[in-house]
Design a protein around this ligand. Structure first.
Ligand code: GYE
Length: 328
């Protein structure tokens, strides 16, 4: 019943900007919002943190899209800690928001809190990162990239680049237990497994941060004198690795080749300057898709369980061409 009322309210807003049309009832659709859209939908969003350029662009996209869609956004930053995200989700349940969205910092350990949301009849949308759960009724849909594919693209480029040369790779992984870290590793390994000349000699987490990437690379350079390639699971860690490589008197992009994932502006700039060699794109601009999905879910529409974002890759020349129009 409530869903129907909201559907009507949602279609009405297209015609004219109603203020406080109000769903009423216990479902939490109280018209708390203000501003142009009328605020009939309230979303609680539990963000991972502010660990990378990708994350900042993602947060900005969500905030801007919420505003444009007239969604009242309650936003929290979990500082890369699962316990903080769980707390935020519980508080959104208590506040009876209409929809909860979050980007799970790690893959496992979500069933209990998701069940609490389900019992409270609050739909959950996953953005960017997936959860590892046997029960896919605990969320409506997952909007984000195929991280395995991203890892494969990185590995495929290296296979072509290395030819038959013996190639020693060090890998700087994302946050331990996070979907993009697990999947980017797996995809990369899969792509290089037929090339016996390519060897991953060390692999450690840099937690998706620039400082983490730098520290890990410093340690790698000490223990492995002849590294040919760095594969970093995001641009920020690659940029940190560049600092460590330069401090060690080597030339990034030449003495040591660098492959990263994300394609945020800082990464693309380093690629265009020749310090990075190849970037696999991961699109952080998920805001519009998220607001669209939220409106549909609250209106009672069935969504596909998986909404995949489209992505490409960049070499140095392509980065130079793309940079002037890059939004993030
Ligand atoms: O690649 C990284 C960020 O989950 C896809 O998280 C995201 C990753 C992104 O910290 O830069």
């Amino acid at each position: 019943m409530l869903k129907k009322i909201i559907t009507l309210a949602a279609s009405a807003v297209v015609v004219t900007a109603l203020s406080a049309c109000g769903g009423g009832g216990d479902g939490g659709a109280d018209a708390a919002g203000s501003g142009d859209g009328g605020g009939e939908l309230t979303m609680g969003f539990a963000q991972v943190g502010a660990e990378s350029g990708w994350r900042s662009a993602n947060t900005k996209s969500i905030q801007e899209s919420a505003k444009a869609a007239g969604v009242e956004l309650k936003f929290s930053d979990a500082q890369q800690k699962q316990e903080n995200q769980i707390k935020a989700i519980r508080s959104y349940i208590q506040q009876k928001v209409d929809v909860i969205a979050f980007s799970p910092v790690v893959e496992t350990g979500w069933d209990t809190v998701l069940l609490e949301a389900k019992r409270a009849q609050i739909p959950v949308i996953l953005t960017d990162r997936a959860v590892d759960s046997d029960d896919d009724s605990l969320y409506e849909t997952f909007i984000g990239s195929d991280f395995v594919k991203e890892g494969e693209k990185a590995g495929e480029w290296l296979v072509g680049e290395a030819g038959s040369d013996p190639t020693k790779v060090v890998e700087i992984q994302g946050t331990t237990g996070a979907a993009p870290a697990i999947d980017r590793k797996a995809g990369f390994e899969d792509a290089i497994k037929g090339s016996s000349n390519i060897e991953v000699v060390a692999s450690q987490t840099g937690d998706f941060t620039r400082s983490g990437g730098k520290q890990v690379m410093e340690a790698f350079l000490k223990s492995n004198p002849d590294i040919d390639v760095v594969y970093a699971h995001n641009d920020d860690m690659g940029l940190g690795a560049i600092e460590a490589i330069e401090a060690a008197g080597k030339v990034p992009g030449q003495d040591i080749k660098i492959i990263t994932v994300d394609a945020v502006k800082d990464g693309m700039t380093a690629l265009s300057e020749g310090k990075i060699n190849f970037i696999v794109e991961c699109n952080p601009l998920l805001g519009d898709q998220l607001m669209d999905a939220a409106e549909k879910v609250v209106a009672g529409d069935e969504l596909p369980k998986r909404i995949e974002t489209e992505e490409t890759t960049f070499d140095q020349e392509q980065a130079t061409a793309a940079l002037p129009d890059r939004q993030y």
